[in-house]
Design a binder for this molecule. Structure first.
Ligand code: NAD
Length: 446
């Protein structure tokens, strides 16, 4: 992996001994706002150097469903941002996203044709663009760790969709990117929207305050009736087909437990105050299409510190009962947390409801982008990658426990496992092995 030239290396340096409150310097260094205060600048000058700063420019990498959603979220909630660059494997997807966003946001979608990039290297052109301040990383998850590392090395602020890794090697890359972003003062906000959803925040606050007594255990389910499958088109190479139908290839998606259920696992890590110490579980597949590597059901017991248990399951099987949410059992009561807009409630041991609150997931999606931009403007960039990497790895740990039929410990997966699913020397037009799905007792824990 080569690292693109740091974009601030090519910027013109300000004259010596003069404070530089230029837009680029402000946006890239989290300390400038506080410097303005300590240097006793006038209110007017402070405004110029902070909230009245010029428009923040955004580049989108991966212009599929969520790329469009994240772009809309930031444009809706942040008045002074605009989209100026896009990359996707297929430039036509950038063109169609540009068209659809421009219908609503006009000139705030200001992407010249020369700033639309295709192919597997397109993301680098966005990272090299000197005017891009924030990148939205919304490709399939397999690319996330290396793109995160390169985005941080290029001095960009980042919004990164979940999951942030699909294997332990990717996890360690995320931790390093988290450290590097903190050191240089750039932001990383992640797409774990429940952490910003008001009913989730409130129920967690109440649980952590002790309103259901001591937490003993929890049940969390992410059970739905299926997921999309994109059949191979004539002329597609193996690599292109896998990227196109990415959900079904573990190096790209991590399987359902990582790609989707990470939301619930992240909420449970939040509840428990950190990741579990061990996972044990099982699962399998009845209904996946031929060639898919995904399983369609997994059940995991996660052991958390202080002998607390999470009983977790996820399933994607047609005509089965969907259920998405968590129940938390405490010594004095029970909290129910429904996914999306289902709301949260707390009952006492007799079953009497003592508190409830509706959910608004769309507001949470937007809040991620408001918090990101506000934190940059305030000179206090949020960096939350390590937390989301922990949750992504918790999901990976469950998957590996089920795939191998072994107990998997946090110490092993964080420190010893060398599992690296990303293909060496990936090229779009070439063949790429299409391994079969995992079989417990045969699939090894590495
Ligand atoms: N937070 C949420 O609730 C939420 C919801 C949906 C999706 N997501 C996440 O967003 C991500 C994308 O999901 P999606 O539903 O948008 O998928 P998608 O298939 O709709 O879009 C992915 C896009 O990335 C492009 N792409 C693939 N590899 C690329 C690469 N190397 N460089 C540039 N572009 C590349 C594809 O061509 C496609 O346009 C996933 O990580 C998913 O988990 C999060």
């Amino acid at each position: 992996m080569t690292t693109p030239k740091q974009s601030n290396e090519v910027e013109q340096q300000p004259p010596q001994n003069e404070p530089d409150f230029s837009r680029r310097r402000f946006l890239k260094q989290g300390t400038v706002a506080s410097a303005a205060v300590t240097m006793g600048l006038t209110t007017e000058a402070k405004a110029e150097s902070s909230s009245a700063i010029e428009t923040i420019n955004i580049g989108v990498v991966g212009t599929g469903g969520r790329g469009g959603g994240a772009a809309r979220d930031t444009l809706s909630v942040n008045p002074n941002v605009r989209i100026i660059a896009m990359a996707d494997l297929y430039p036509k997807k950038c063109h169609s996203m540009r068209k659809s966003l421009a219908r609503r946001y006009d000139e705030r979608v200001s992407v010249d044709d020369k700033n639309i990039f295709g192919g597997l290297d397109g993301y680098r052109r966005v990272l090299e663009h000197p005017d891009v301040d924030i990148v939205l990383l919304t490709t399939p998850p397999g690319f996330r760790p290396s793109y995160l590392a390169e985005a941080v090395a290029a001095g960009k602020h980042v919004f990164a969709e979940k999951p942030t890794c699909v294997d332990p090697v990717g996890y360690r890359i995320c931790l390093e990117a988290d450290r590097a972003a903190r050191a240089q003062g750039t932001a990383i906000v992640t797409g774990t929207q429940y952490r910003r959803q008001k009913n989730y925040m409130e129920v967690m606050r109440r649980i952590h305050e002790g309103q259901i007594g001591d937490v003993i255990s929890a049940t969390s389910r992410y059970c739905t009736s299926g997921i999309w499958n994109r059949p191979r088109k004539p002329g597609m190479s193996d690599a292109e087909y896998q990227l196109y139908n990415w959900m079904h290839f573990i190096w790209l998606s991590g399987d359902q437990i990582v790609e989707q259920a990470v939301h619930n696992i992240d909420a449970m890590n939040w509840l428990m105050g950190g990741p579990p110490v061990a996972a044990y579980g099982s699962g399998g597949r009845f209904t996946r299409p031929t060639g898919s590597q995904m399983w369609d059901n997994v059940s995991i017991d996660y052991a958390y510190p202080d002998n607390r248990l999470l009983s977790f399951q996820c399933r994607q099987i047609p005509h089965t009962k969907g259920e998405n949410g968590s129940i938390v059992y405490g010594t004095d009561g029970i909290a129910t947390i429904g996914a999306a807009n289902k709301g949260a409630s707390i009952r006492d041991r007799a079953g009497k409801e003592i508190w409830s609150m509706k959910g608004d997931i769309n507001a949470a999606y937007q809040q991620e982008h408001k918090d990101l931009v506000d934190s940059i403007r305030a000179g206090k960039p949020i960096v939350e990658l390590a937390e989301t990497a922990d949750s992504s790895l918790t999901a990976v740990m469950g998957r590996l426990a089920a795939y191998t039929g072994q107990q998997v410990d946090w110490d092993f997966i964080t420190q010893q496992s060398m599992l690296d699913l990303f293909p060496k020397d990936l090229k779009l037009d070439e063949s790429l092995p299409m391994d079969s799905y995992a079989v417990p007792g045969v699939t090894k824990l590495i």
